[in-house]
Design a binder for this molecule. Sequence first.
Ligand code: APR
Ligand code: PHB
Length: 405
Amino acid sequence: MAIGSREVTNHTSQLPTRTQVAIIGGGPAGTLLSYLLHLEGVASVVLELRSREHVLGRVRAGVIEYGSAGVLRAAGLGDRMDGEGFVHDGVNLAFANKLLRIDFGGLVGKHVVIYGQTQLQKDLYDAMDREGIALVDEAEQIEVHDIETTTPRVIFDKDGESHSLSCDYVVGCDGAHGTAREYIPSTVSQTFERLYPFVWVGLLSETPPVNDELIYANHLDGFALCSMRNENLSRYYVQGSAEDTPEDWPDERFWEALERRLPTEAADRLVTGPSIEKLVTPLRSWVSEPLSYGRLYLAGDAAHVVPPTGAKGLNLAISDVVYLASALSDFYTTGSTTGLDEYSATALSRVWKAVRFSWWLTALMHRFSAEEDFDRRLQMAELDYLFSSEAAQRAMAENYVGLLL
Ligand code: APR
Ligand code: PHB
C-alpha cells in the first residue's frame, strides 16, 4: 500500500493499525491525554519519537497549579504527587534586600504543589502500562495525512519499517520542536512571538534548599530563582546573557552570582555543593493559532511556549488536554462536535492569560538593560506597589496558583 509517496513496508507487525485518536508525542500532554481518554472509554495510540529512557530522564520545572493537582487527583494520578510533593502556601519575591511573601492561603485560599515534571512523567507512563494503553516509542519520520477528511492517517517508521495508523482524530502533542503544527496551512495559521534578550542558567545540586518556599529575586546583577525538588535536592537559576553556555558558568561563578542576588537573610543560609546538572534555557514565548484544523488538534508545547518564569508550561499542557479529552469524549458519546469546534478558542483564552502572567513576571523580575532607564524605573515602581498593596498581591496569587480551568 502506498500512502502519498511513502511505501508502508510492514503489513504483519504487532503494532496497531487503527485507533480512535492518534496522539503524536509522549510528553506530559500526550500521555495525560491518552490516559484521560482511556478513562472516558476512548481508544488512543501515542507515538513518541524518543526512547522511554530519554523521556523519563528529562529535568523540567516542577510547580503544579492548584487546578492541575485537582485534575491529576480526579484521574487517580495524584498518589505519588501527594505523598512526595510539597504543598506550598506561598511564594517569595526579593527586591532591594527585602523579601515579600505572597500568601496564597490567606489571599486566595489555594496552594501549588512542588512536584517535578520528571516524576509526573513517570507516573503517567506507569499508569499507561498498568492500563495497557498503547505507546509506540522511537517512532520516527511521522507524517500526518488526510486531516481534511474524516479518515486521517499517520504513518511512521519503527525499527526501519514503515507503518500506517488510521484514526478518527490526530492530536499533535509533539512539543516545541515537533512538526504537527506545520500541517495547519500557512494561510490559516499565525504565530505570535516574544523573545527575551537573556537566558536562565539552571543548576541542580544535592544540597538542602535555601528556603522552604520558592524565591524569585530581582537584583541589579540580574534575576535569580531558588526552587527545589526535595529536602536534599535544590534547583537554582540565575539570569545569564543571551549567548552564554553552561561552560561559561562553572559552579563557583554560579554560586557567587546566586548568593549576591539574594537578600542577606536568605544568602546567609545558602548551602553550596557540586552541580549534578547544569543547563541554559532561552526565554521566549510564542503561540501558534488556531489550535485545530480539520481533524488535527494541537495541545501543550506543540502549540504554545511560555518563558519558565511562573512555571506555566506544564499547567497549560494539562488544561489543553482536559478540554480536548472532554470534547472528544462528548463526540464519542453523543456525536456532538461542539466541544471540538470550540476547543481552539476555549484553550487559547486560558493560554493567553498564562502568556500574559509569564510575560508580566518576566518583565518584573529581570534586568533588561545595564542602564537606569525608564523601564527600570517602572519596574521599581511596580515592585514597590506589589510590596505595599494587598490587591496587587492577590492578583499575583490568583495567577500563580492558576486560573480556573
Ligand atoms: N514525533 C513524535 N514525537 C515527537 C516528535 C515527533 N516528530 N517531536 C517531538 N516529539 C516528542 C518529544 O520527544 C517529547 O517527548 O513529543 C514530546 C513533547 O513533550 P514535551 O516537550 O514535554 O511537551 P508537552 O507534552 O506539551 O509538555 C509541556 O513540557 O516543555 C515542557 O515546560 C514545558 O512543562 C511543559 C511541558
Ligand atoms: C523549577 O523548580 O524548576 C522552577 C520553578 C519555578 C519556575 C521555574 C522553574 O518559575
